[in-house]
Design a protein around this ligand. Structure first.
Ligand code: IFM
Length: 441
């Protein structure tokens, strides 16, 4: 596919189109303190090629070019994140130089007419806090609120929105149960605590930010459509457990002050004492909620009789370079479900959506027809959800740039803009040009 089938005018007046990135994936280390991603990446077997974010896209120095490119695509908004370890190298004491960088970045957005949408935490926990147990330690709620207040105190007068935490499922389950992300644990007690503390930290920060007069506060959740792999009741149960842990736990905590039974069946015994008493904090009112959506999974019973009891099965649909099935109806289903079951009239944003492709530069060209088709189908599905009543106010492409894809290193390219990781040269892909044609008047 060479062009999008939608135009900006197909969306309501004021609908936000943006692109998203995150600090560790693009900035480069500079004067930031060490993080648990640096040490996780340094141990063999965790990250392809043992690559880390030491240089990444060097956004730290090349941000003016990156913001020019973002504005050049006709985008309205930039979803960026702050590195806790840049702002507080030891996790607790503010380093003015770290905040100076984000201060300049925000001013750079405003100078170009780009609305700054901040995510406070996108995964690079300061190593000093990881040493103290990280997300498994309940003290992280207060540490995180201090970090949030330091950032918002400096930038909050110019932000369009503030999200607390990106993808709590990845922070907690993927990193403490599956061991696929830093800190690389496979421990159910640490998992249960992280699943709870990530929400407690979110709610504690929201409460502090709100008390200080900040607005536009939200949470960014990721969801994967969970389909049973066959018609058996066992597969239905496996998919329901997956759904409970991945898609329901976090919104149910925030909007219903409870956790799903199917998840509590395994995690309940390992939660910290008195966890129910934290729900008043966890459920601090929000101004919006974000959905990050990429794919669906097909689940079968793993036959173990043990929690969580699922096994992933390959699906029949076309896949991205991540091996993820392309399933656009899932994004519409989640937006509808979020509004119906949890968020009501609260504004919803698609805070991430996109795909990794095997994108290669041919001269100054980077053809990526599969990405254009993927994005087109998902934006079409978003419009369907909106037509069915979901109050979706904006959509952010993941990602502005090719970047550090965590355990996959620099192997997987999600960007609208190609980055040559030798020279750091940026080359807009065909999807970038198609977007510009769709968005510019
Ligand atoms: O690159 C990640 C991002 O950091 C969080 N959401 C999913 C993306 C693609 O895997």
């Amino acid at each position: 596919m060479t062009g999008f089938t939608f135009r900006r005018s197909d969306f309501p007046e004021g609908f936000t189109f943006g692109a998203a990135t995150s600090s560790y994936q693009i900035e480069g280390r500079g004067a930031a303190g060490p993080t648990h991603w640096d040490s996780f990446a340094a141990a063999p077997g965790n990250v392809v090629g043992r690559e880390d974010g030491a240089r990444a896209c060097d956004h730290l120095n090349r941000w003016p070019e990156d913001l020019d490119l973002l504005a050049g695509a006709g985008l309205d908004a930039y979803r960026f994140s702050t590195s806790w370890a840049r702002v507080m190298p030891d996790g607790r004491q503010v380093a003015a130089a770290g905040l100076d960088f984000y201060d300049k970045l925000v001013d750079g957005m405003l100078a170009r007419g780009i609305a700054p949408h901040l995510t406070l935490y996108h995964w690079e926990l300061p190593a000093a806090l990881a040493d103290r147990g990280g997300w498994a330690n309940g003290d992280i709620a207060a540490w995180f609120a201090d970090f949030a207040m330091a950032v918002a105190g400096r930038l909050g007068d110019r932000l369009a929105s503030i999200a607390t935490i990106n993808e709590p499922w990845c922070v907690a389950w993927l990193s403490h149960f599956e061991g696929a992300h830093a800190p690389g644990l496979r421990d159910i007690r640490a998992t249960a605590r992280a699943m709870h503390h990530v929400l407690l930290a979110h709610g504690t920060a929201v409460t502090a930010l709100r008390a200080a007069g900040h607005t536009g506060l939200g949470l960014v959740t990721n969801m994967e459509f969970a389909d049973p792999a066959d018609d058996s009741p066992a597969a239905a149960r496996a998919a329901a457990t997956y759904d409970a842990i991945y898609n329901r736990w976090f919104l149910e905590g925030v909007f219903r002050k409870t956790y799903p039974e199917a998840a509590l069946a395994g995690l309940g015994p390992h939660l910290p004492a008195g966890w129910e008493a934290d729900f008043d904090t966890i459920a601090a009112p929000l101004d919006w909620v974000g959905l990050n959506y990429y794919t669906r999974k097909r689940l079968a019973d793993d036959g173990s009789g043990l929690f969580p009891g699922w096994a992933e099965r390959p699906g029949p649909l076309p896949k991205t370079a991540m091996g993820w099935e392309i399933y656009a109806p899932g994004i519409a289903a989640f937006l509808t479900r979020m509004a119906r079951d949890y968020t009501g009239d609260l504004p919803l944003y698609v805070t991430e959506n996109g795909m990794a492709g095997d994108d290669r530069r041919v001269g100054q060209d980077v053809p990526d027809p599969a990405r254009i088709a993927y994005l087109d189908a998902h934006l079409h599905a978003v419009r369907q959800a909106m037509a069915a009543g979901a109050p979706v106010k904006g959509y952010f492409f993941w990602s502005l740039l090719d970047n550090y894809e965590w355990a996959f290193g620099y192997d997987k390219r999600f960007g609208l803009i190609h980055v040559d990781f030798e020279t750091l040269e940026r080359t807009p892909k065909h999807s970038y040009h198609a977007l510009r044609a769709a968005l510019m008047p």
